[in-house]
Ligand binder design. Structure first.
Ligand SMILES: CC(C)(COP(=O)(O)OP(=O)(O)OC[C@H]1O[C@@H](n2cnc3c(N)ncnc32)[C@H](O)[C@@H]1OP(=O)(O)O)[C@@H](O)C(=O)NCCC(=O)NCCS
Length: 293
């Protein structure tokens, strides 16, 4: 069969295909075998770009390779594993210096929280003396699982006794059945020591154990440790814990204008002016929806 095709004129159709018009004298091979063994003469062959096959000799191929050739200094190769294995370069941060860890707060941390609360302007602070705001004892006693602290411990020598960790920042929250923080949710129920829950005008005062929103009433960082990423790290950890535990539909908070970008950076949405009059009002409702996936 291959012998026949070799003898056919250049423009004779083979299997319905006509050779290229500029391929005079070129005989199409029928099979790959013909190319390798059938005595096929390469000398007249042309490529589809019209160049004669004989022009692409070995020298030309070498020229093409040389054009794209990038010299590699093989002496450097031994360095590469080191560069690939190296951990990312990062300066130790002020947060690293604190050797921070987060832990759920309990009633044993009330005094620590009062110290951290000093970070707020006086009218916004929650202290044990103020009857209008639910004290830490109530919130840490009723829903400790919603209250998280970031602590620091000094690096100790082997024989040094372990000191009490210092609370550097806290998140204090309760549950509410409204999708935003309300004044009622921030209050301390008058009968909180005896009653499990107190309802006034149809709304639970303080912690509503069946509420699907977690209302943060205090995020604060000790003044001397502000600006070290403590607040943002603590909030990220808090959000992650609540999300993974799947115990609420959303986290809500009220914020002043200067902190709106801070909360937006953590995933909260601006829900507009809050009705809360706590501390003189002027708050913005922020909400982080947890069931969006
Ligand atoms: C607000 C607060 C919790 C932030 O904690 P922090 O550890 O100081 O904040 P971070 O170091 O994690 O800062 C994170 C970002 O928020 C910004 N930010 C922090 N405090 C801010 C403030 N008061 N005003 C505007 N932006 C602020 C920082 O500029 C930083 O941005 P960057 O990462 O681009 O530099 C802390 O400053 C604080 O306790 N303030 C007093 C109490 C308070 O106002 N609490 C908020 C109640 S809504």
């Amino acid at each position: 069969m291959s012998d026949q095709s070799h003898n056919q004129p250049a423009d004779h159709p083979i299997n319905g295909l006509k050779p290229l018009s500029n391929g005079d004298g070129f005989h199409l091979p029928i099979t790959g075998n013909d190319l390798n063994h059938g005595g096929y003469d390469h000398s007249d062959a042309i490529m589809t770009n019209g160049h004669a096959l004989e022009e692409t000799d070995d020298d030309d191929e070498e020229d093409e390779v040389e054009d794209d050739y990038v010299a590699v200094d093989h002496d450097d190769l031994n360095e590469y594993p080191y560069w690939f294995r190296r951990p990312p370069v990062r300066q130790p941060s002020k947060l690293d210096d604190l050797h921070p860890f987060v832990q759920v707060l309990t009633q044993s941390n009330v005094d620590d929280c009062v110290a951290v609360e000093e970070a707020f302007p006086e009218q916004e602070r929650c202290t044990r003396e103020k009857a209008c705001i639910a004290p830490f004892a109530y919130r840490l006693g009723r829903c400790p699982e919603l209250c998280l602290g970031l602590f620091t411990l000094p690096v100790l020598g082997l024989d040094q006794p372990k000191p009490r960790p210092t609370l550097v920042g806290h998140v204090i929250a309760t549950r509410t059945s409204t999708p935003y923080v309300t004044d009622r949710s921030m209050e301390l129920p008058a009968d909180w020591k005896t009653a499990r829950s107190t309802v006034v005008d149809g709304e639970t005062v303080g912690h509503d154990e069946y509420g699907s929103s977690i209302a943060i009433h205090s995020l604060a960082v000790l003044q001397e440790h502000q600006g070290k990423q403590v607040g943002s790290t603590l909030m990220k950890s808090y959000i992650q814990r609540i999300r993974e535990a799947a115990i609420a539909d959303r986290i809500v908070i009220i914020a002043h204008d200067n902190l709106i970008p801070f909360y937006e950076g953590l995933g909260f949405e601006n829900r507009g002016l809050s009705k809360c009059q706590f501390g003189g009002g002027g708050w913005t409702d922020m909400a982080l929806e947890l069931n969006t996936e």
